[in-house]
Design a protein around this ligand. Sequence first.
Ligand SMILES: Nc1ncnc2c1ncn2[C@@H]1O[C@H](COP(=O)(O)OP(=O)(O)O)[C@@H](O)[C@H]1O
Ligand code: SF4
Ligand SMILES: [Mg+2]
Length: 317
Amino acid sequence: MDTNIEIKNLSIEYRMRNGTVHAVRDADFSVDKKETLSIVGESGCGKSTTGHAILKLLPSNARATGSIIYNGKNILTMSNNEIRQIRGKHISIVFQDPMTSLDPIMRVKDHFFELIKAHDSKVNEQEMIEIASCALEASGVSAKRLNNYPFEFSGGMRQRVMIALAIALQPSVIVADEPTTSLDVVVQEQIMEVLKNLKRTKDMSIILITHDLGIVAEVADKVAVMYAGEIVEYADIYNLYKNPLHPYTQLLLKSVPNIKIGDMELHNIPGSLPDLKNIPQGCRFRDRCPMVKDICKKETPPIIDKDGRKVRCWLYG
Ligand SMILES: Nc1ncnc2c1ncn2[C@@H]1O[C@H](COP(=O)(O)OP(=O)(O)O)[C@@H](O)[C@H]1O
Ligand code: SF4
Ligand SMILES: [Mg+2]
């Protein structure tokens, strides 16, 4: 398969007055055309930081090194003008909270018009309405609602509008950052259905960011599990579920309620993330790991190739 986007040695830190937050360290992954990659991990693991870097949307106190190669070019070193031409047209993003991403005083159609005109000033109003209608219908929203304002939609419908905006110009990559987190369970299912449909019918890659391993299985082809800024396991979905290698992935999977076997209890992982301003020596998961060994407290585990998968853990070193 053709690679659509390739991330290599990506490290990102946030400079603060009281120290430096090491939000992402040495991340490597790639997404092929028509493939869905999910980035999974607890809150604060660096998932959004990684996703935002792909669109060069990091705040001014962030420093990113490494490379994010799209169409032969490194996004991290692109000028503002270059990335503006890519954002929304070739790579787009769906954020967690659709209300803060939509302008309350703009009709839905004006959001589409603004986006389309930013990339093609010659397109006329009728063409823009056609593009917007197509994208809305593909996301499960009637094109009749083009004249509505965001407040006239439910949370789930607003998120569908956001997805429609993200796919309107037929991008080759969509980053969906916790697209279902602010929604109730029934609506979450509906939004996942929309994503599954897009995956089936459109020719694009999806990077699905979530803290919920439960929603990943239905849509992802492969998974990057993040813990405290590092990718600790990287595998195809089948192998990850069947035989999780990293102790953190194993615990994450246990924390997913299993409806089929009647186990609805959420097993939370005891302990909390290390302070990313002051990372302990050795493995970042050492204080929560049931399998911790002496070496884990002294040396950082490298990423290891294990049966075609990647895992960052001394159990396999
Ligand atoms: N603008 C920022 N300035 C400083 N620290 C930040 C900023 N944004 C995120 N962080 C920190 O970076 C780490 C990773 O955050 P984030 O990427 O949002 O994680 P996730 O999306 O997995 O919840 C966290 O410790 C968070 O507090
Ligand atoms: S390196 Fe050690 S502490 Fe870290 S996950 Fe593996 S066994 Fe656990
Ligand atoms: Mg996030």
